[in-house]
Design a binder for this molecule. Structure first.
Ligand code: PMP
Length: 296
């Protein structure tokens, strides 16, 4: 699914076949989760293949790495160029791009000097396949921001996301919604969250969430549509009284939520503010309406 015999990946300075790339099984990242990754989407646009906000994604990768004392041996600019070459070599236009920074052998918990970088790309449909998502309140909370850097895309943080996703799927839901350690709504395992109430959008502030690049774009688009967005903490009770809700993320883009804990939201997805933002987001990423949105 992610690669074929022909797929080329970027690995530590070389463009090599995915089937021939090798790694060390004693990698500290493999055992303990001390790595950093990101997810970027490229779209076929009127101006050719464009990876949306690619520079911002690589700046986040470098910043997230620095938080856990890893120096990425490339600049954001270099990583952008490498990625476009990778897309070309694999003849990809619409694609999901996955950079991963991972460490060399070290079975101790100390700093590891060997830093590796791997970038791959493949065709990937939207992470959520529809806009009729049935969402459950997770029994897992977002990681405590005093236990890790939860605003960085650190691989080890994702065991929390995996547990919450698997719980939701086992119970027959499409997705989980996690509270923060204070009991307020935070986000899904891999997406940010917005709810609509009486013509206003609400989204949790930074602190316990991963502040997504799509979330930021949606806030910008909301401004253009004259939609009010309020960043504040809110409770399950407030969500239960909401008119609609949606998730945002690079892999998901914008995905509508039909119900929360089996209770349907008042508005049909097509009648929500989220739907208008979904339409606008699709337009800017695929039609070259980029005036205020740097594609690269
Ligand atoms: N939260 C988490 C935990 C994520 O991993 C992601 C990225 N998939 C997001 C939110 C959304 O971030 P972005 O919009 O930058 O993709």
């Amino acid at each position: 699914m992610y690669y074929t015999k022909k797929t080329i990946v970027f690995h530590n300075g070389n463009f090599v076949k995915a089937t021939e790339a090798k790694t060390d099984l004693f990698s500290q990242t493999l055992h303990y989760g001390s790595g950093v990754f990101d997810g970027i989407r490229a779209y076929e646009t009127v101006a050719g293949t464009q990876a949306f906000k690619i520079r911002e994604h690589y700046e986040r990768l470098i910043k997230s790495s620095a938080r856990i004392h890893i120096k990425v041996p490339y600049t954001a600019e270099e990583l952008v160029n490498i990625t476009y070459r990778l897309l070309e070599d694999n003849k990809l236009d619409n694609a999901y791009i996955r950079p991963l920074v991972y460490l060399g052998p070290n079975m101790r918990l100390t700093k590891t000097n060997e830093v590796n970088i791997f970038i791959s790309a493949w065709k990937w449909p939207r992470y959520q396949l529809n806009d009729q998502l049935d969402v459950m309140l997770s029994s897992f909370q977002r990681p405590n921001p005093k236990a890790s850097y939860v605003d960085a895309k650190i691989t080890g943080n994702y065991i929390n996301s995996i547990l919450a996703t698997q719980e939701a799927k086992l119970k027959g839901f499409d997705e989980a919604l996690l509270l923060d350690s204070g009991g307020f709504i935070a986000q899904s395992p891999g997406d940010n969250f917005f709810m609509e109430k009486d013509g206003v959008l609400f989204t949790p502030p930074e602190g316990h969430i991963l502040p997504g690049i799509t979330r930021k774009t949606i806030k910008q688009l909301a401004k253009e549509l004259d939609f009010e967005v309020v960043e504040r903490l809110f409770t399950v009770q407030e969500l239960e009284a909401a008119d609609g809700a949606f998730f945002t993320g690079t892999a998901t883009e914008v995905a509508g939520i039909k119900s929360f804990n089996h209770q349907a939201f008042k508005k049909k997805w097509e009648d929500t503010m989220g739907y208008q933002l979904f339409t606008k987001y699709k337009q800017i990423v695929t039609h070259g309406e980029y005036d205020s949105y740097s594609i690269i």
